[in-house]
Design a protein around this ligand. Structure first.
Ligand code: C2E
Ligand code: CA
Ligand code: CA
Length: 539
């Protein structure tokens, strides 16, 4: 049975507990949810006092902090971790990096970093096997103190993890000013609802961390849904009851020797064209501009054929339309939205052009977009794309978008009309053309072009057509006279039978004049239909 210890008990038993190992570490694995492999573990303090049973950190750590004992407790725990790692190494078991928690009160003891470094050297543990977790509340004591400690730790070669990120104390600013290597995001701070606001905040943080080039570990992950959600937004590292509770050293050691493990992939630094810190600072000029003074815009990364949208502004969401939520946009894989493979190719080609030219490139693509309220729709997006940063393998792009669906649909409709028109003429054996009076140009239909071998635009009409023999010479004067009457608007229609084509087949030729608003002649529409001899019709 566990009995709580009061403050006096803690003071009375502390020295003895340190000496006799009543204060010790449990190990909770950190897992890559994409592969199921262990990438590290966190050492968590426990105190099992005879007569009282197991005590949890929430019961005794605040009291140790209050009584200036946490420094000793933390160094004691650090030493246990070193001993554990030494045993693993000596027994041929490959360890994973173990992170130890540093209290914010340890920061006031200026030699904390030197002390742990002494212990590490004493047990001869490669520095890569130890990480240090600091909380953002450590910054409360002043940026300078914490910065100095982090510098020291980094100089010794320790990886530093920012614990409980997002739990308060102006997280964004802390992150901007403190150089941490890994961010730990506690799911429990972001109350339950991953589909709503909580999810939006988490995914914004993960995206931002990516932009800063910092890997994220989600902790307090209890369900597969939570882990899958985190993976879907680009955070595959998880720690929590879903995979394992904190384990006693023997049990954890078994896990280590049984399971394959893998290193946490370090994130790479972007070669920046823009100041990343400013860009993510909600109060910066850059953010103000992005949100208010540009049209629909998105920032995304491109790597080996994969696109990941990091950020969109409100106008982008409006431009896409369909009542989309920002979350819908951020969570969808843009490569899967192209309506046809040729649009995906076109888009990627444009990205490559933008990489090569370093200036703005544009293209349009049809996309199939799905939203909760509108279902699936096909829309056409024109994108103006510019590369704004790159690493060895990854590119960062800025894209302005315009929804040009209705314009495209209209022009498609127009093309469709034209196609039908052509087909209709094809069916009824009619040749058609238009004659533009002011310029003496003639625009033939598709059939005219094919059967009479005409170019799309015939200049100097009708003389040029007469010259090439489309009209028999004895009809030339009659035909010139028709055109003259149309030119000066003497008639509105004119028609007659003229033998045409090489075979001199009789055609019924007819013109209709079009005038402008003042009645002046503009165009004449000509048509020629084969004269069908009733006697030759089959009866
Ligand atoms: P923490 O560093 O955020 O540690 C994670 C806490 O969440 C641990 O509680 C762990 O047991 C618990 N946890 C892990 N997975 C889950 C989960 O899926 N669901 C839930 N509900 N909880 C989960 P624990 O061990 O009670 O530690 C509490 C806090 O005490 C730690 O929070 C840390 O701030 C502090 N602490 C623990 N060990 C040390 C230490 O050695 N030194 C210092 N200074 N602080 C420590
Ligand atoms: Ca921690
Ligand atoms: Ca934590």
């Amino acid at each position: 049975m566990n009995k709580p210890m009061c403050e006096q008990d803690i003071l009375n038993y502390f020295d003895d507990a340190i000496k006799n190992g009543h204060i010790y570490a449990l190990y909770q694995p950190k897992i890559n949810h994409a592969t199921g492999r262990m990438i590290g573990a966190e050492a968590l303090m426990r105190w099992t006092q005879p007569g009282f049973g197991v005590q949890f950190p929430s019961d005794f750590i605040p009291l140790l902090e209050k009584n200036d004992l946490i420094y000793r407790a933390d160094l004691h725990l650090f030493e246990s971790v070193c001993k554990f790692l030494r045993e693993c190494i000596d027994n041929g078991i490959k360890p994973v990096p173990i992170s130890v928690n540093m209290s914010r009160y340890d920061i006031y003891r200026r030699d904390y970093a030197d002390q742990i470094e002494k212990l590490r050297i004493k047990y001869d543990i490669p520095v890569k096997y130890i990480h240090v977790e600091v909380t953002e509340t450590s910054a409360i004591g002043g940026m300078e103190l914490i910065s100095n400690v982090l510098n020291k730790l980094h100089n010794f070669g320790y990886i530093v993890e920012m614990d409980d990120f997002g739990s308060g104390y102006s997280s964004l600013n802390v992150l901007k000013d403190l150089e941490v290597d890994i961010i730990k995001l506690d799911m429990r701070f972001l109350s339950g609802d991953i589909g709503g606001r909580g999810g939006t905040i988490i995914s914004a943080i993960v995206q931002m961390a990516k932009w800063l080039g910092t890997p994220v570990i989600a902790e307090g992950v209890e369900t597969v849904e939570q882990a899958d959600f985190m993976k879907s937004i680009g955070c595959k590292y998880v720690q929590g009851y879903l995979y394992s509770k904190p384990l006693p050293p023997e049990e954890f050691c078994n896990k280590l020797s049984m399971r394959e493990h893998e290193p946490l992939k370090p994130a790479m630094a972007l070669i920046r064209h823009m100041d990343a810190g400013k860009f993510w600072d909600p109060d910066s000029m850059e953010t103000l501009i992005f949100n208010n003074f540009v049209g629909g815009a998105a920032i995304f990364t491109y790597q080996e054929g994969r696109i990941e949208i990091l950020r969109v502004n409100k106008k982008y969401v409006n431009e896409i339309g369909m009542n989309m939520m920002e979350q819908d946009v951020l969570s969808c894989d843009p490569m899967k939205t192209f309506a046809k493979d040729k649009y995906r190719k076109r888009y990627e080609e444009t990205l490559h052009r933008a990489i090569e030219s370093g200036s703005e490139e544009s293209c349009y693509t049809w996309r199939k977009v799905c939203s909760k309220t509108c279902g699936e729709e096909t829309i056409c997006i024109r994108s103006y794309i510019r590369m704004i940063g790159k690493t060895d393998t990854q590119y960062l792009f800025y894209a302005m978008v315009q929804n040009i669906t209705s314009e495209k649909q209209q022009s498609l409709q127009f093309k469709e009309d034209e196609r039908r028109f052509k087909n209709a003429f094809e069916q009824i054996n009619v040749y058609a053309w238009e004659y533009i009076i002011a310029t003496k140009q003639m625009r033939p239909c598709f059939r005219c072009m094919r059967d009479l071998n005409l170019p799309p635009l015939v200049e100097n009409y009708p003389d040029s057509a007469i010259e090439v023999g489309i009209f028999p010479p004895d009809y030339a004067d009659l035909y010139r006279e028709w055109i003259r009457k149309l030119d000066c608007g003497e008639v509105d229609t004119i028609e007659g039978i003229i033998p045409l084509t090489v075979g001199r087949v009789p055609f019924h030729v007819r013109y209709t004049l079009e005038r402008d608003e003042n009645g002046a002649p503009l165009k004449a529409y000509g048509s020629a239909a084969l004269v069908v001899d009733p006697q030759s019709e089959p009866s």
